[in-house]
Design a binder for this molecule. Structure first.
Ligand code: ATP
Ligand code: FE
Length: 337
């Protein structure tokens, strides 16, 4: 089976072709336009999707060496995401499926981040059921109990900022360019994680909160730069290491609670923040000391991409879970709904 998948939920236009669970191509056009604004501008995002979608789909088909007449189905991101962005991918997918007279498969973007672990061109193994999925990205922070491919339950999520936002906003306060997460990671490697102490939020259960951390970093930097205007430049490594350490403590603390509550030690991470070298080290440590089994997909399947939409497309195709032309994009779309 050849499945064409389309992702357009935020600021990446992506198309992929899968042959069953194997990715033949995964093309991503990242929208550079948002950089100058320090965050995604929704209206600009939907316009860029309109410009990108046709060339990106063409490239994905060409790279996979597949003619569109060979396609068995089209999978697309129905939500959650920015409405204008979702509309471009949804409308395109619907029209192409109608034109080719092939089935249409709708995909929940957050379920796709988790099911990306089942793409089979990885060297690693897929998690076994039940497992805990933690999606950590620029837009989301969730811990999900996954009982099988289509039975998921959100155990906790952020009440305000996502963890990627916490990285990016902290970086912005230090004067680093957007998105600052990778830079914080880079400088953190050279610094002392215990140099500065930032308070951890008090949130019960498995929910997260990151907006307080951002505020305390703001006040901290204001206070210190009043004493020494070069404070940030002189201590960037230690500040980044301490900020990252605090964020990782928050993530690991919640993961630990989730493991204890459920008794599940299979832990699968996804989302752009999974690229962070600190979280990777902490998970490795948990494997050695706590007996967890941890999984992180290839980086290109962690950030927004159509391959993960394609794997859900394949799994749904096998179950005959198709949708029809009446389907509409859904900006808010909870996992398991
Ligand atoms: P979503 O996937 O929720 O729609 P998004 O597209 O913004 O949101 P991703 O592309 O998955 O999210 O991830 C981008 C985020 O990951 C950014 O916030 C970025 O700073 C962060 N990030 C990427 N690499 C690292 C790293 N090495 N350390 C920390 N954060 C990182
Ligand atoms: Fe995403």
């Amino acid at each position: 089976k050849y499945i064409l998948a389309i992702e357009s939920s935020c600021d990446d236009t992506s198309a992929a072709v899968l042959c069953n669970a194997k990715v033949l191509s995964n093309v991503v056009a990242t929208q550079e336009i948002h950089k100058q604004y320090g965050g995604v501008v929704p209206e600009l995002a939907s316009r860029a999707h309109q410009q990108n979608i046709v060339p990106v789909v063409h490239q994905a088909l060409a790279k996979a060496n597949i003619d569109k007449k060979q396609l068995s189905a089209i999978a697309f991101t129905r939500g959650p995401g920015l409405m204008g962005s979702l509309l471009v991918g949804t409308s395109f997918a619907k029209s192409l499926a109608l034109g080719l007279d092939i089935p249409l498969i709708e995909v929940n973007h957050m379920e796709a981040h988790i099911l990306a672990h089942f793409i089979t061109d990885e060297n690693g193994t897929s998690p076994s059921f039940p497992f805990l999925g933690m999606t950590i990205s620029g837009g989301h922070t969730q811990i999900v109990k996954v009982s099988d491919h289509f039975t998921m339950e959100v155990l906790g999520e952020t009440l305000d900022d996502a963890v990627g936002e916490a990285f990016d906003k902290s970086a912005k306060l230090m004067g680093l360019p957007y998105p600052g997460g990778p830079l914080v990671d880079k400088y953190a490697k050279l610094g002392n994680p215990y140099a500065y102490d930032f308070p951890k939020p008090k949130v019960d259960g498995l929910n997260f909160s990151f907006s307080g951390l951002k505020t305390s970093i703001l006040y901290f930097l204001q206070r210190e730069t009043q004493k020494n205007p070069n404070f940030v430049a002189e201590n960037i490594n230690d500040i980044c290491a301490s900020v990252q350490h605090t964020i990782l403590e928050i993530l690991m603390e919640k993961l630990n609670i989730a493991v204890e509550q459920t008794g599940i030690k299979e832990v699968a991470i996804g989302g752009g923040v999974a690229a962070n070298s600190g979280i990777r080290a902490r998970l490795k440590e948990a494997e050695d000391t706590l007996g967890w089994k941890t999984y992180i997909p290839k980086f290109e399947y962690c950030t927004d991409n159509a391959a993960m939409i394609g794997i859900v497309g394949y799994l749904k195709f096998e179950k005959g879970q198709f949708t029809d032309q009446r389907v509409a994009a859904k900006a808010r779309y909870a996992i398991g709904s």
